[in-house]
Design a protein around this ligand. Structure first.
Ligand SMILES: [Zn+2]
Length: 116
């Protein structure tokens, strides 16, 4: 496995309450519910997933308040959304409804992710 790849920053398509699967690191293969989303840092806190990376860079971290409990935030590039319809790990597509509402679409089964 090659370590460093430059990944383009993408908007957060994963939201609180979604089920994700971890696709990298020690917790690979684990699934859990997203408890918190940090769009600025592109990180998520996932229920039951404790993600400890070997190397940690001393960058500015949002540790005010000291809310680090069991689940450590994991980076969005280390997870994939699990489709609530077909149960597959999927990439997320977007679709616009007639009223202009943007919805997320599973790229596997093409079903909408939300029930709006
Ligand atoms: Zn699906």
């Amino acid at each position: 496995m090659k370590g460093k790849k430059k990944i383009k920053v993408k908007p957060l398509d994963i939201r609180k309450g979604d089920i994700i699967e971890v696709i990298a690191g020690n917790d690979r293969g684990k699934r859990g519910k997203v408890l918190k989303v940090y769009p600025r840092t592109q990180r998520l806190v996932v229920e039951g997933v404790r993600f400890v990376k070997g190397h940690t860079r001393p960058t500015q971290q949002d540790q005010q308040g000291g809310i680090q409990e069991r689940e450590a935030p994991i980076h969005i590039s280390d997870v994939m959304l699990v489709c609530p319809n077909c149960g597959a790990k999927t990439r997320i597509g977007h679709h616009f409804l007639e009223d202009g509402t943007k919805v997320r679409v599973c790229m596997v089964c093409k079903e909408m992710m939300e029930s709006r």
